[in-house]
Write a protein that binds this ligand. Sequence first.
Ligand SMILES: Cc1cc2nc3c(=O)[nH]c(=O)nc-3n(C[C@H](O)[C@H](O)[C@H](O)COP(=O)(O)OP(=O)(O)OC[C@H]3O[C@@H](n4cnc5c(N)ncnc54)[C@H](O)[C@@H]3O)c2cc1C
Length: 380
Amino acid sequence: MQNPFETEERQAFRETIRRYVETEITPNIDEWDEAGDFPWRIHEELGAMGFFGFGVSDAHGGLGFDDAFMRAAASEEMARAGGTGVWAGVGGRGISIGPLEHFASEEIRDRVLEDVVLGRKGSCLAITEPGGGSDVASLKTTAVRDGDEYVVNGSKTFITGGMKGDYFVVGARTGGPGLTGISLFFVEYGTPGFTRTPLERKMGWWSSDQATLYFDNCRVPAGNLMGEENTGFIAIMENFNFERLSLAAGALGMMKTCLEESIAWAQERVTFGKPLIKHQVIRHKIADMSAKVDQIEAYLNVVCWQINEGDMPVAEISKLKFSATKALEFCASEAMQILGGAGYLRGNPVERIYREVKVFAIGGGSEEIMRDLSVRQMGL
Ligand SMILES: Cc1cc2nc3c(=O)[nH]c(=O)nc-3n(C[C@H](O)[C@H](O)[C@H](O)COP(=O)(O)OP(=O)(O)OC[C@H]3O[C@@H](n4cnc5c(N)ncnc54)[C@H](O)[C@@H]3O)c2cc1C
């Protein structure tokens, strides 16, 4: 569908990421999925292309500008191959960069940000706890001030990139209960009292690593507090906006692959004496999938335009996110039906995408929480 906001720069950036995905990622995706890992050089190569640089100053290795369309295009193109473990592996780094750029001390930013933005060091965002992820305001990990340090105790789980990460942005309670008692901290792996174990055998995101983190009297310098004490909840919520935009764009990328794979198969496969594409039921499935791709793409483009205009449309981002994951669920299911048994086999893009549907519907704010948030934004 035509994008009225397209520019030559955006087109060129998308093409660069697309070519990279086609040559470096898609041919290897099944092997990496089965191995449960992908090479570290992918972080560095994407870093060199500016993939992580949006909204980061050039002094810290960033692009020195931001563009919601380019952010979305990067996510969409990366997700086209399905098997979005690679997408998640680089995305886990991506969601930690905003807080580092905006809230870390100058000393920390100068020391670590360039390595993170260029993909040399691993960095993660650690908010979710074993006790729950949706209700961020109730998180239980504590950070208690003791002289020139904070003492962190508690646990985080599902942390993407957590087994390989060097740097962690950690949400912890520094004040009373609820959303006004939360702060963000920069915690380095290797700090005494900080350990981790892997989460294995997941439904999707096979090639990315997720970890459970344990903080047992883990002492960090007071200067590792990010932003003002007890203002972490707002920082977490603001950061969610770009994560959700990226998840919606990733869902769109996979929907497009589902549509393309369905059309290609329906033209080739013959049943009852004619190609599948000539059966009306299949034609209607294609029409429905194509309409959903157009709807999500148009919605995404308007939200990107709003963000570039200086607005952060929380309600629209929430609605976009659950609309995109629902549409992805529909497209993945219909594509699987059109491909029949062929789509069910490992190695097929539709099979890869089908197993990624649920994590997009849960991660970064579940469909239920997104609906709730969008209605709250209506003042209800
Ligand atoms: C593979 C993977 C990678 C992840 N990576 C990261 C990461 O890097 N960093 C990080 O911090 N987190 C990460 N997460 C965590 C993710 O953000 C949480 O799983 C998500 O926020 C939901 O939290 P939960 O799983 O604890 O579910 P819960 O909060 O326990 O909710 C369970 C279910 O109940 C629903 N629910 C909850 N409250 C309500 C309500 N009020 N009304 C109606 N329904 C409700 C939810 O929608 C959900 O369906 C990851 C998760 C996965 C699966």
